[in-house]
Write a protein that binds this ligand. Structure first.
Ligand code: FES
Ligand code: MG
Length: 587
């Protein structure tokens, strides 16, 4: 081991390297001594600090986030690549957010995680960062935090689990949970079958293997240029993912030399690619919220309306649950994101720049598809053009609401029915199993106070379980309306993200049981048939409900500052970016 300290000239060379980290490690006197000396307790030779790019590996690994459990191991492969390319890796943890267990909802922690990453990146001597994420909220949180600091950044997601296997067939995370629990409530299967299925679904490392929010955000972020091409769909346990991690480590070092930062990649074209790819994947409605939030971090104009307008000529081409039949394993083996991008052709901006330093079109040129059942050609789509997310407006949702057409029932897309209204999710769930509940299949179920401020965190509950007596009668879908989100793995004729939410005084707060609601998806409208004067008089009587747990701490900060669904549920003061500059240093 070399014990030689750098001489003055060498120090000046480091300081003059232009690397951000050199402002720490290349400093003279007491300052430089402190920065280097303590870090050397990690066993690093002094040439570690001699002008090498310092790369952070942000790791959302946590034993509480089962979908990201393998990211510690994946980080080792990233480190190999970084060392190999001449960089110095430092892995660090952040807040994580495990979708299946965080209460009241993992969404409440997305912005906290983004803020944690942002502050950690800015405060430390880092020249670039590799982001290791996977479970639903962890990917957008990291993209948002990294975008606000704008150091060279590359994402690598953890990859989907292997297919669930149950009694000879495939089961998909999330989607099959809803199906099993509905079948159980309808008396079609017994409790032991459900318990058995529990052990068969998440049978490997990785994130959900349906086209839920995790797979959606993984694929979409690749098509937006932030992941290595052709990697997002590789299963978590596939050794090619470890190879991709190694290559990501090499690439980030080059990106630092090229000064290739998120602001150069996350352009309007990248967002348009993300929006259109999401439609073609039959992706999650959560992507709407995450991309709106991310766009505001980087100053790209993106509106809710774009998610409707930009996808009208995009068919659903991935035959994946919940919109279709297959799971991510088949998608990967069928050609994955590379084959999918080639299939989309000019529906994507092929000249958009990516983290490779080359364009999307160059990255995927010549990619093949090996199973046209899973990745359909443009002339034989899973769902035709116009099946993507539709954005509805009307007197019930003045700033918009969304419906995922590909997961809805065609016969319910134009529907007029009596509203049955609940002020809280708990009150609805208490009534849903009651055989005396006055409900018919033509009714419209409305649950409110499940929005960003109202719950808080806008939980994934919009796909309300159907009333038990209707389930037992064989009803499989009804129109449901709320200010909630729904899981990307869900399905049904579910109107979500009503803006403004009820807790913010939106008209959703004023609807009463017995009012008539009319939904017209082809005409993009959502109205309650109550005269404006009557709504106004109801408004005068309306008082916001108290939000449990909203008196202090993060939850209070969240409620006081969270934006509505049409702006991405970011905190108002986190929109935009501060860059990587640290305004002061204490030593
Ligand atoms: Fe983590 Fe689905 S619950 S990805
Ligand atoms: Mg989810």
């Amino acid at each position: 081991m070399s014990a030689r300290n750098l001489g003055r000239e060498e120090r000046e060379a480091v300081a003059g390297s232009g690397l951000r980290s050199a402002r720490w490690f290349g400093a003279e006197g007491k300052t430089g001594f402190m920065h280097r000396s303590w870090m050397r307790s990690e066993g690093l030779p002094d040439d570690t600090f001699r002008g090498r790019p310092v790369i952070g590996i942000a790791n959302s690994w946590s034993e509480l986030t089962s979908c990201n459990i393998h990211l510690r191991a994946l980080a080792e492969h990233v480190k190999r690549g970084i060392w190999q390319a001449g960089g110095v890796p430092f892995e660090f943890p952040t807040t994580s957010a495990g979708e299946p267990i965080v209460r009241p909802t993992a969404m409440l922690l997305r912005n906290l995680m983004a803020m944690d990453l942002e502050e950690t990146l800015r405060a430390n001597p880092l020249d670039g960062v590799v982001l290791l994420a996977g479970c639903d909220k962890t990917t957008p949180a990291y993209l948002m935090g990294a975008a606000s600091v704008d150091l060279p950044a590359l994402l690598i997601t953890g990859g989907p689990m292997l297919n669930g296997k149950y009694r000879g067939g495939d089961i998909g995370s999330g989607t099959s949970v809803w199906r099993f629990t509905e079948a159980y409530r309808a008396g079609q299967i017994d409790a032991s079958a459900v318990t058995e299925a529990e052990g068969c679904m998440a049978r490997s490392q990785g994130h959900c293997m349906t086209m839920g929010t995790a797979s959606t955000m993984a694929c979409v972020s690749e098509f937006m240029g932030m992941q290595l091409p052709g990697t997002a769909a590789l299963p978590a346990n596939d050794s090619r993912r470890a190879t991709a991690a190694h290559l990501a480590g090499r690439r980030i070092v080059e990106m630092v030399a090229e000064d290739l930062r998120p602001s150069k990649i996350l352009t309007r074209k990248a967002f348009e690619n993300g929006v259109r790819a999401n439609a073609a994947l039959g992706g999650s409605t959560n992507a709407v919220i995450h991309l709106l939030a991310l766009a505001r971090r980087v100053g790209v104009e993106l509106t809710l309306d774009d998610f409707d307008r930009l996808v009208r000529d995009v068919p659903v081409l991935a035959d994946l649950m919940p919109s279709g039949r297959f799971l991510m394993e088949e998608f990967a083996y069928a050609g994955g994101t590379a084959g999918f991008a080639e299939t989309l052709g000019d529906l994507l901006h092929r000249d958009a720049l990516t983290i490779t330093g080359t364009t999307l079109g160059e990255n995927y040129a010549g990619a093949e598809v090996f199973d046209r059942e899973v990745i359909r050609p443009l002339d034989n789509p899973v769902k035709p053009v116009g099946s993507g997310i539709a954005v509805l407006t009307g007197n019930l949702a003045p700033r918009g609401a969304v419906i995922k057409q590909s997961a809805a029932t065609p016969a319910l897309m134009v529907h007029r029915g009596r509203a049955l209204v609940w002020d809280s999710l708990d009150e609805y769930l208490a009534d849903a199993d009651d055989h005396d509940l006055d409900v018919v299949p033509e009714d419209i179920l409305v649950v409110r106070n499940v929005g960003p401020k109202g719950y808080p965190g806008m939980p994934e509950v919009g796909n309300l379980p159907l009333p038990r007596k209707l389930l037992e009668a064989g009803v499989t879908d009804m129109v449901r309306i709320s200010d909630a989100r729904m899981s990307g793995t869900s399905y049904g004729t579910v109107v979500l993200h009503v803006v403004p939410e009820a807790a913010d005084g939106g008209p959703l707060a004023l609807v009463r049981t017995g009012d008539l609601i009319s939904l017209d998806v082809p005409n993009r409208s959502l109205d309650v048939e109550v005269p404006a004067g009557e709504l106004e008089s109801r408004r005068r009587e309306w008082r916001p409900r108290e939000v449990p747990g909203g008196e202090r701490g993060w939850t209070k900060l969240y409620i006081d500052h969270v934006t509505q669904a049409d702006e991405g549920l970011d905190l108002d003061f986190l929109q935009g970016r501060s860059g990587a500059a640290v305004p002061r240093q204490a030593f």
